[in-house]
Design a protein around this ligand. Sequence first.
Ligand code: NAP
Ligand code: GDD
Length: 340
Amino acid sequence: MARRALITGITGQDGSYLAEHLLEQGYEVWGLARGQANPRVSRMRKLLSDVQVVRGDLLDQGSLISAVERVQPDEVYNLGAISFVPMSWEQAELTAEVTGMGVLRMLEAIRVCSGVSRGGSNASGQIRFYQASSSEMFGQVSETPQTERTAFHPRSPYGVAKAYGHFLTQNYRESYGMFAVSGILFNHESPRRGAEFVTRKVSLGVARIKLGLATELRLGNLEARRDWGFAGDYVKAMHLMLQAANPEDYVIGTGRMKSVRELVEAAFAAAGLDWERYVVTDQTLHRPAEVDLLCADPKKARAQLGWEPSVSFDELVAMMVESDLRLLSDGADPDDDSWP
Ligand code: NAP
Ligand code: GDD
């Protein structure tokens, strides 16, 4: 019988790549979708017609229990979150509820539905749980590169909420013997990335300028450095973590860091443009507390899961710029239309 996976956050970037990957592996894939007439569900269905949808919301405990009862999954991937860091200052309580408490509700749904009790230790036959933890938890980093043992110092309400979800996942593993793991994923991007994140904002900005649809691109802090990889590679790591013999947490990243300035240079160059003619820095886009740099040490994932990234930074930037040039040339609306 096909293995069954339930993915929260199915309408997001990672949900789409993970669903594709699991379908290719022969899984029956279910996605948790919220809202009465969520337009992102139809975008997802256009790309992933084989995914079955179950209604539910990370804010609603009963809906998660019903979803787990209905789907009877072998694996649950909790990707649902408010994931845009600046929004977490504007709606800190909502971020805590969805990104933090949502993890508790999902773990409780699994625990209740599978009858796991305190002190349980038999991991066989259990629903395996993946939590989408984040390098944003490292925040003001205490060492570089960051490993599974690096201390957390989150710098945003989002990072704090993710740290709660991370520790709770560990705690359910230790308290109930659940097969519950966290992937501490560094920034990963793609042509399906939300337009609010810097890589996509830049690739869309470059495409608009190249096609004569805009004359400038406004950005915040150009000196921040990130470890950027391709989302299609990172979802494979999520799956591998749930196939491992033991439940453990892993850092996933490329081990290479680039600045926003270098991202901008590469993206404009990919379209044959000189970035300095078009980029305007805007203080209002700076954050109340910035994460200056993030860089992964993915040795554990390489050694224990055999995971390696396959797309370089330059290839990723070129892929995103080319995709947005095609999208806008076709007259599509980047917020609305089909995913590439
Ligand atoms: P994304 O594109 O922003 O997707 C977020 C998903 O969460 C959407 O499907 C959204 O659904 C869903 N969601 C929001 N509120 C919800 C609620 N109340 N109940 C149920 N679902 C809800 O994020 P992503 O880039 O795919 O990232 C996936 C996960 O990995 C997130 O948890 C993110 O924090 C984490 N992460 C991402 C990165 C990265 O670089 N991409 C790195 C580390 C960790 P709607 O369509 O209904 O809004
Ligand atoms: N979004 C955005 N917009 N970021 C900008 C801009 C801008 O105009 N200008 C400069 N930046 C800088 C931000 O200050 C930040 O330092 C960096 O670009 C990356 O910003 P984002 O792309 O918004 O990503 P993030 O690092 O804050 O968060 C992403 O990665 C985390 C993992 O480290 C998100 O996907 C999180 O959900 C994820 O956990």
